[in-house]
Write a protein that binds this ligand. Structure first.
Ligand code: FAD
Length: 465
């Protein structure tokens, strides 16, 4: 971390003292835009269910219909078939990040923590079991979901970083993880990337079509007794032993709720000083032959070690998905904007600058047209700490938010964590860094926006998610 970044972090801490006043001045409004992703396009027959009309009650009301919301609905309704579960989604299932991401189905090891063999092995085992569960759900219910689990690469772009990565890979092998260092020559033969000096392969990771995964679960959830209302934004949460949720044409009185709203959570008044939305861009190429055209003969995809992180994977249908790689690839909008505010021309310029990065890695990609481009809302925390827990005086507000770039797996794990927390049977999650975790506060506006602009425009960084 350079001097400017350190200075900005210190100022952020100081500026956070202004929350009590600034939080009242800068009120927020929910903004949701249309999901134009390649994943959403692969669910053309999806028909969102009706909105809530009238007043109802629930044992558990889940706010948000992405991975967090649906995984909680899935696991909770199987554990408690007799309880009434209501899921309220502002737009349609998978309209948020879950249906718009880069598709990378990753295991997780937090970047910032010093090595700790026991904890690191536990984290990997947890996320790997999470990926197993996703596969098990697809198989159990015979869901038509496109996914692959043939490994992804964490790529290093300097000789020094590759050498350090080699040592890291040895450490991971030593604690029993199946990850493996791939040297420059082996990498070039199997997955050609200009400027790559080596990579760590995680053979248990892959790619998931999130829109298909979430939307195909709808009938399963309904069968399990979950009431799903789409087009139903929650406008107000009134806490108590019984929580009152207000929506445009109805209310829910619930004994417990789940905040499954990740990057949108501040709009409900929660975690305003913890999670902030970043609008991030992705594109998909027209279908190609990755082995022939790019020299990508094995594995689902990669992400790199650069500040402006690039990540990419290939669908079963042969489309390359690419995200990041450019300073314009992500934007923070003043006061937690949750939708892309640019026009078509700006979106085209952004994807063109990202495509340049893709083509530098894979020169064979030059001339391959961009078939789709889209943006989505990430939930970021200042130190990439994911937060899962329960809050409120009556201890009945469950939450799982702030996944940064690792929600495809972890937001699906969240449903198990929250169900176990509700049951009081959550021993196995307690050693994990997200369990009832603390966070470094992000400053309120206008300091937040100014800090972000300085971090990106002056220091030339992007938050690595
Ligand atoms: C561009 C992009 C690329 C990414 N790439 C990857 C990747 O490759 N790998 C990875 O692991 N992670 C990636 N992520 C992160 C990952 O997609 C998310 O962490 C994950 O999908 C979060 O799931 P969620 O269910 O918590 O939130 P979301 O999927 O965002 O769902 C929240 C839902 O809540 C609804 N909602 C919000 N407010 C309200 C309200 N008031 N009332 C009712 N409903 C409401 C929204 O409409 C939305 O559907 C990426 C994210 C983005 C945006």
């Amino acid at each position: 971390m350079n001097l400017l970044s350190r200075g900005l972090l210190a100022s952020a801490n100081l500026a956070s003292l202004a929350w009590p006043i600034a939080g009242r001045i800068f009120t927020e409004k929910l903004e949701i835009d249309e999901n134009r992703s390649v994943w959403a396009a692969s669910t053309p027959n999806y028909q969102p269910g009706p909105p809530l009309a009238g007043d109802t009650t629930a044992d558990l009301a889940i706010i948000g219909g992405g991975f967090t919301g649906t995984s909680t609905a899935y696991h909770f309704s199987r554990r408690y078939p007799e309880k009434r579960v209501v899921l309220l989604e502002a737009a349609s299932l998978a309209n948020g990040a879950s249906g718009r991401n880069g598709g990378m189905l990753l295991n997780w090891l937090p970047y910032d923590l010093p090595p700790n063999p026991e904890r690191d092995a536990l984290i990997y085992a947890t996320t790997n079991a999470g990926i197993d569960t996703i596969e098990a759900i697809i198989r159990r219910h015979n869901l038509p979901v496109s996914y692959r689990r043939d490994g992804t690469l964490s790529v290093f772009t300097s000789a020094r970083r590759a050498e350090q990565a080699h040592a890291k890979a040895e450490y991971r092998r030593g604690i029993g993880l199946p990850t493996q260092f791939i040297d420059r020559a082996a990498l070039s033969a199997a997955f050609q990337l200009e400027g790559a000096y080596g990579a760590i392969l995680d053979p248990n990771s892959g790619q998931l079509n999130g829109a298909q995964y979430v939307r195909c679960q709808r009938p399963v959830l309904v069968e399990q007794g979950v009431e799903i209302y789409e087009g139903t934004p929650v406008l107000k949460v009134e806490e108590g032993e019984t929580i009152l949720l207000t929506t445009p044409s109805g209310t829910v009185r619930a004994k417990a709720i789940v905040l499954a709203t990740n990057g949108y959570t501040s709009k409900l008044g929660y975690f305003r000083d913890a999670v902030f939305p970043l609008i991030s861009h992705v594109f998909a190429t027209a279908p190609l032959d990755p082995a022939q055209q790019l020299g990508w003969r094995q594995w689902a995809g990669f992400y790199d070690d650069m500040d402006r992180i690039s990540y990419s994977s290939v669908t079963r249908e042969g489309q390359v998905i690419f995200g990041g790689g450019s300073l314009t690839g992500s934007t923070y909008y003043f006061n937690n904007g949750t939708r892309f505010r640019g026009d078509e021309a700006q979106a085209a310029r952004i994807s063109a600058s990202m495509a340049q990065r893709f083509q530098r890695y894979a020169p064979g990609g030059r001339g391959v047209p961009v078939a789709q481009r889209w943006s989505g809302t990430l939930g970021l925390t200042l130190r990439r700490n994911i937060l899962m827990g329960v809050r409120g005086e009556a201890r009945n507000i469950f939450y799982a938010v702030g996944y940064n770039g690792h929600g495809v797996t972890l937001a699906n794990v969240a449903g198990q964590v929250l169900t176990d927390m509700y049951s009081g049977d959550d021993e196995k999650w307690r050693g994990l860094p997200f369990y009832q975790a603390d966070y470094t506060p992000v400053p309120p506006e206008p300091f937040r926006w100014i800090g972000y602009e300085m971090f990106t425009k002056m220091a030339g960084h992007l938050p690595r998610y």
